[in-house]
Design a protein. Structure first.
Length: 126
């Protein structure tokens, strides 16, 4: 698991990550905004958002390498407030795919590790 503290607000952290995802040619499959969902119920909670990220060509590669690994996609980036800190965490793609014991899938994981590191750099370099 890669975890970083963002120096930005939660909203600005999400905006930077969304920009990074687009720039790194990945896709947001889903954006789950926990605090917005809680607000619909009249509740206020600290920031808690999940970005589900992937790309169709990578999905096809994963399926070709190991069909059961499809359960692991899309990959997730979790942004949340903990006390006064804004935390960003995600599982390394190579770690997510390692349990399937597939050399081809391991290569895909390593390729995705580099992309996800670049995406996370948008908030670590901010």
């Amino acid at each position: 698991m890669k975890t970083i503290n963002s120096r930005l607000s939660a909203d600005d952290t999400v905006k930077k990550l969304l920009a990074g995802i687009e720039t790194e040619n990945m896709r947001v499959v889903a954006h789950i905004n926990g605090q917005a969902n809680a607000a619909k119920m009249g509740k206020q909670v600290p920031a808690d958002q999940i970005l589900e990220v992937f790309r169709p060509d990578f999905a096809i590669k994963v399926w070709d390498a190991c069909k059961p690994a499809g359960i692991e996609i899309p990959l997730r980036i979790h942004i949340y407030e903990y006390g006064d800190a804004v935390i960003v965490s995600c599982r390394k793609p190579s770690s997510v795919f390692a349990k399937f014991s597939s050399a081809e899938l391991n290569e895909i994981g390593v390729e995705l590790d580099a992309i996800f590191n670049q995406i996370l750099a948008y908030v670590t370099d901010a």
